[in-house]
Structures are given as structure tokens and as C-alpha cells.
Design a protein around this ligand. Structure first.
Ligand code: ZN
Length: 269
């Protein structure tokens, strides 16, 4: 009886903690406020940058490219949300784009627009458009609150308390989950992958945002095919353990291409 009572209460809390995503319309579990995640992201982003070798954009064309592509994607997202009357969804976004000298094939975006690209990704993306596809995808995970959803699920699964002081009370477990979700790296060793639904949403909107930013969305097909090939060796690149690629995903991208192309107006770089 007591167990049933707890289940009823818990499901009541979980039900009331579900929000409808402004862009996708999908109902998502959100136990941690976006503002709390953005605050934590500022702390964790600074800490990450201080512990890694950031490539200066004043003297390096790759780092400059990361900032340029990132800013264009951010501008496209800002416009997309504004056109839909949803600008308040991006309140608190203070975009930052940094390249770190690290051979991992990896890139991520924390809530609030804190982005890191690893130098190991660039030989695979090959050019600006390829990078735009990956950044469009990664940033979509953030703006579509996918990390918030995974964080909430992980907190429930681990029986951790939630609230405004989740991160500041020295809760190292919550900090660990945050980093495993938002800055996944081989070094962390914990894997909390995106769901298939989240992956498809990130592909769909990522293509649109890259196209709006002036990059040909068609490069997404050969790009993800190159990624898939990396997987045939002994090691799985970091970005693939979090974002698996298979023939179904490629087919879905191909099916979404006509819609993305409607948003595509090439810009000269
Ligand atoms: Zn993904």
C-alpha cells in the first residue's frame, strides 16, 4: 500500500514536471529548470576551458572558423525562434564557441549556448559546411532541451533530489551526471546517450539551422557516412558513442533534405 502511494505521488510529480517543447511539441520530463542548467553550464564551461588547451582565434584559422560557423548557426536559430514568436525560449543564451586542441572526434553544446569543438573533429567535417552540420545538430540538442530531459531521467533513475541547489550543495554525483550528458568524453567513462527520438530531432532541426545559416544541408549525407566509416575500426569516436549513425538515420536525413533546402540561401564566406 505504501509502495503504491509512493508510486502515485511520484508519477504525479513526474506528470506535473513534464513540459511541452516549444519547437518540437513533444512532451518532455523537466525536473531541473533551464536557468539552473545554464548557471551550472557557465561554471562547468569555464572549468573545462581552464583545463584544456583552447586554440586562440586571433592566430588560428580553424578556431576563427569555429567562431564564424557557430555565430551563423546561432543567428539562424535566433531568427527561427523569433519568426515563431518564441524568442523568450532563448532567454539566457550567451553564445560562446571555442576550439580545443584535443584529438578526440567530438563537439558539444551546453545549455545557454556554450560550445566546444575538438580539433580531432575537423579532419572529418573537412570544411565549413561539414562543421555547420555537426554544430547545427549539437546546438539543437541544447535548444530542444534534450540534455534537460536526459538529466531529469538520470536523476530519477539515481534517486537524487532535485531543486535549485542541486549543483551548489556539493552534489558531486549531480555534477558528474551533468558532465556526462553535456560534455561527454572518453575520459569521463560514463555514457548517457541520446535517445533515438532526440537524435532524429537534432538531425531534423540541425539541417534547417545549417541551411538557414547559409550552408548546403546536402553535405550532411557524406559527412555522416564518413563518421560511420570511422566506426568500423577498433575504436568508436566519442561523438559516435553519443550519436550513433546507421543506414536508417542516413535515409531519414535524405528524406528531410527537400524541407531543409527550402531554407538554404548560400552565403559567401
Ligand atoms: Zn546527437
Amino acid at each position: 500500500m505504501k509502495k503504491l502511494f509512493i508510486i502515485v505521488i511520484t508519477s504525479g510529480i513526474l506528470f506535473s514536471a513534464c513540459t511541452k517543447n516549444a519547437i518540437t511539441g513533444r512532451s518532455q520530463l523537466s525536473l531541473v529548470p533551464e536557468s539552473t542548467l545554464q548557471q551550472e553550464a557557465v561554471t562547468q564551461y569555464q572549468s573545462f576551458l581552464s583545463q584544456n588547451k583552447v586554440v586562440s582565434s586571433s592566430s588560428n584559422k580553424d578556431a576563427e572558423m569555429v567562431k564564424r560557423v557557430g555565430s551563423r548557426i546561432a543567428a539562424a536559430i535566433t531568427k527561427y525562434y523569433a519568426d515563431k514568436g518564441l524568442s523568450n525560449e532563448l532567454a539566457g543564451y550567451k553564445w560562446e564557441f571555442n576550439l580545443v586542441d584535443n584529438k578526440e572526434v567530438n563537439a558539444w553544446c551546453m545549455p545557454g549556448g556554450k560550445v566546444v569543438v575538438y580539433t580531432g573533429l575537423l579532419p572529418i567535417t573537412q570544411d565549413e559546411a561539414g562543421l555547420a552540420i555537426v554544430l547545427g545538430h549539437e546546438i539543437t540538442h541544447a535548444v530542444a532541451h534534450h540534455g534537460q530531459e536526459r538529466m531529469s531521467q538520470a536523476l530519477v533513475a539515481q534517486g537524487l533530489g532535485v531543486g535549485g541547489d542541486l549543483f551548489t550543495s556539493g552534489n558531486s554525483k549531480a555534477n558528474g551526471i551533468f558532465n556526462a550528458i553535456f560534455a561527454p568524453s572518453a575520459q569521463i567513462g560514463v555514457l548517457l546517450p541520446n535517445s533515438r527520438k532526440q537524435e532524429l530531432e537534432a538531425d531534423h532541426y540541425g539541417l534547417i539551422f545549417a541551411a538557414m545559416a547559409g550552408y548546403n544541408p546536402k553535405v550532411a549525407i557524406p559527412l555522416w557516412e564518413r563518421m560511420e566509416k570511422l566506426n568500423s575500426g577498433n575504436t568508436t569516436p566519442e561523438i559516435l558513442s553519443d550519436h550513433p549513425v546507421d543506414s536508417k538515420r542516413i535515409a531519414k536525413l535524405q528524406a528531410e533534405m527537400p524541407e531543409a533546402l527550402k531554407y538554404y540561401h548560400p552565403v559567401s564566406s
